[in-house]
Design a protein around this ligand. Sequence first.
Ligand SMILES: [Zn+2]
Length: 310
Amino acid sequence: MKIAYDAGHGINTPGKRSPYGEREWSFNNKVVLAFEKELKKYKDVELLRTDSKTGKSDIALKTRTDKANRFGSDIYISFHHNALNGKWGTHTGVETYHHKGSIKGKELAELIHKVVVNTYDLTDRKIKTSNLHITRETSMPSILIEGGFMDSTIDIVKLRDDKVLDNVGREVAKAIAKHFKLELKEAKKSNTAKEVDKVVCFNKGDKGASIKKLQQDLMKLGYSLGKFGADGTFGDATEKAVKSFQKDNKITVDGLAGAVTLSTIQSKLNKQNVTGFAVQVGYFEKKQNAQDEVDRLSKLGIKSIIKTVK
Ligand SMILES: [Zn+2]
């Protein structure tokens, strides 16, 4: 899916600021960044930001709509914040525009507007039709969001809260993802590692391959599993064997095969596989020379053997 969008004006575009001089672009851009961040989590999404990422230049509206049209975007969203007259007042609310007569634009507005109203948690000033360049000249469904008034003593509280602006961007992205059935990219592999690290504890009644392995290990270490042997069911005999193993290894005797018991079993098995250590003292091509070495060592009281090397 292709998605095009912009953050309204340039940072220095005249007007376009709160009575205290806060720039509309700064508010718009925070929403846009959160919107992008969320959409990047989904598969097969191509994003096109048509305005300047730094806000330093105010890209002409025609350039923006031309870019989006060439890109073949599926939807277009222009993120703005409103102003009434540049003087503080109690006018308030969120409105969303679509081009007059555009059914697809209206559908997109209906999808997004309710999310925006809820997330800003401001008055619903409803969906409106417009004859704005952005919504008129784009060949795909497009909307322009006016997310609250910069010159409203009510709305400015929300606009100054980065968490609100972040949520708006994210929730709009999520609504798009849901509506267009976008799929999340694969979760990171670290989740798998966590699964492996999960603490396991086997006890009476457990069944399966892990129990069978536990029983086989206990038997290798000399603990009897009675007449059932390694049958894959943690019953009385297994519990008894676990308890004996715990007692012998000074682990809390509870008959539960938890992390400590299982790792102790493993370390005992590792040791069991080692029968001893051999010392190699030399390599000879002639048997007689090997024999001479054995004799020499024998005189020193060291017992050695000759092994044939192939
Ligand atoms: Zn604006």
